[in-house]
Design a binder for this molecule. Structure first.
Ligand code: ZN
Length: 512
């Protein structure tokens, strides 16, 4: 069999070049400490949660910090009960768990999958890390070389290099998908109608060193932060800002822009829960919930995962194993909030093992606990409203913003295909479709059922109502004639609310 050429999922050669050049400084040589500090009361807890140091976990009034020497001294000065849980020399842990997959195995493994399953697998790299490792990605769907009108789900693990159970769960998941294609009807159907991307190790340098960090940076605190680095969305003209973040984050950001996702999850260790947006809203203090416009959808998604992961669901600490990010502890610069706020993709942070590095002999048990959850969560992308947004005349796909009435967060079509997937629970919704240079279109009272998606394809008009290639007085006359009830060969309802004076006004505005 021919060796399948490796694909670069980014901006091609230029993209690779940028990633290689943007090297970060070397990791600091000083050790890190993992410490648990117990707040004596609620006021002290609020202070701890808002002190600005890196928090990794919180159970009631016990807060776990990742700190350097200087920060440790800061914490000691508080005179609260403090337990040193682990010292990490040189920013990496000496405690390398054996029996886990190494970074070096990923490339050859993915190549073998691409050879074995060429009709459903494409593999590639999102770019190189500061230490010249590849960020491997695998794309699993029927005819993966085509960009099709299918929802896209992405699983990403090891943004924290020392949280390694997620890596193994992603690898189990990939293998399970591939081995069952053509055998298990549910899995085969999922692969046919969904684009599934997996990046098992987002932070390969950290993974190789068994370190949380890359080049001394916590990648999940270094995405652009809402309110500091951006306030709207990429669609609304906000710059991507990929040159100002760690190399790995830039690679992930460009990949999300080029191949937009409709649902995403990133896997962590150190706790057992499904954490949903927001992790932070400016003005809301850490420890208090920061509620997003899609709170109902996020709670549903989080429960889809936890209900199918019994130890998570039965958590003695977090009811049903789910929690709002900010209610747990607030972080800024996290991937989850950025992906949702900036690109409109719902994402969860899944903490899947209380122990970050349990013995490898326990991995089959972890897979038992996560398998159904990973499938259930992925399947949840097939709910809500989906469709294509195209130019009414040329039928070309449009990059459009899709707003849901009473929800401030938009979603966007993919530029390549023009498809959108608006995750919504059963109910009736009013949607609005906007694209620059086009008349805004309203689709009211769209019913969403409890299973499957409701299809709504939209054709936007730029004001060229009679479709003769120009926008002029004839178009105004055409829409007036249509509104007066004269027979026309074209659809003059340009705003989606039936033929009326609003269509005439919209066309006048477009023509002027
Ligand atoms: Zn983590």
């Amino acid at each position: 069999m021919n060796v399948k050429p490796r694909t670069s999922y980014g901006r091609g050669p230029l993209f690779m070049f940028v990633c290689v050049l943007a090297l970060s400084v070397c990791a600091s040589a000083s050790p890190f400490y993992i410490v648990e500090v117990t707040a004596p009361d609620e006021v002290a807890l609020a202070d701890l949660l808002n002190c600005g140091l890196t928090i990794d976990n919180r159970v009631d009034r016990k807060v776990t910090f990742y700190v350097n020497e200087e920060e440790l001294e800061q914490l000691k000065k508080l005179s609260y009960p403090l337990h040193l849980l682990e010292t990490i020399p040189d920013g990496s842990s000496a405690d390398k768990a054996s029996g886990y997959t190494s970074y070096d195995q990923i490339g050859p493994l993915f190549s073998s999958y691409a050879n074995q399953y060429p009709n459903i697998v494409q593999t590639g790299t999102l770019g190189q890390t500061p230490q010249y490792r590849e960020i491997w990605a695998i794309k699993i769907t029927l005819t993966p070389e085509q960009e099709a009108d299918k929802p896209v789900v992405k699983y990403i693990a090891a943004i924290h290099g020392d949280e390694i159970v997620g890596v193994e769960m992603c690898l189990y998941f990939i293998q399970d998908l591939l081995e069952n294609f053509g055998k298990n009807p549910f899995i085969s159907d999922l692969i046919r109608k969904t684009v599934i991307w997996v990046v098992p190790i987002m932070n390969p340098d950290g993974h190789a060193a068994v370190s949380r960090y890359s080049a001394g940076k916590d990648l999940n605190r270094n995405f652009p932060a809402y309110g500091q680095h951006y306030s709207t969305t990429l669609f609304d003209g906000e710059p991507l800002g990929d040159e100002k973040v760690p190399v790995e984050n830039g690679c992930i950001m460009r990949w999300h822009v080029r191949y937009p996702a409709n649902l995403c999850a990133n896997f962590h260790g150190g706790a057992l829960l499904a954490n949903y947006p927001y992790d932070n809203t400016p003005g809301i203090s850490s420890g208090s919930p920061a509620i997003s416009p899609d709170d109902d959808v996020f709670r549903y998604l989080a429960l889809e995962y936890s209900r199918n992961n019994p130890p998570m669901y039965q958590s003695p600490i977090f009811p049903q194993g789910i929690i709002n990010g900010s209610a747990w502890y607030s972080i800024t610069g996290g991937m989850m909030d950025w992906h949702y706020r900036f690109l409109g993709c719902p994402e969860l942070t899944l903490e899947i093992s209380a122990d970050k590095r349990p013995p490898a002999s326990q991995l089959p048990r972890f897979w038992d606990e996560n398998r159904d959850a990973m499938y259930a969560y992925l399947s949840a992308v097939h709910m809500g409203i989906r469709g294509l947004v195209k130019d009414r005349t040329t039928k070309l796909p449009l990059w459009a913003k899709v707003m849901t009435h009473d929800r401030a967060q938009p979603v966007f079509t993919s530029r390549a295909v023009g498809n959108y997937h608006r995750l919504l629970l059963p109910g009736t919704y009013n949607l609005t479709y906007q694209a620059p240079g086009y008349i805004t279109y309203h689709a009211d009272a769209i019913a969403v059922e409890s299973s499957g998606t409701t299809r709504k394809d939209i054709f936007l008009s730029d004001g060229d109502v009679n479709q003769d290639g120009t926008k002029d007085a004839e178009d105004v006359q055409a829409v007036v004639n249509a509104a007066l009830g004269k027979a026309t060969s074209f659809d003059a309802d340009v705003d989606g609310r039936g033929l009326s004076a609003t269509d005439i006004q919209a066309v006048i505005n477009a023509v002027l």
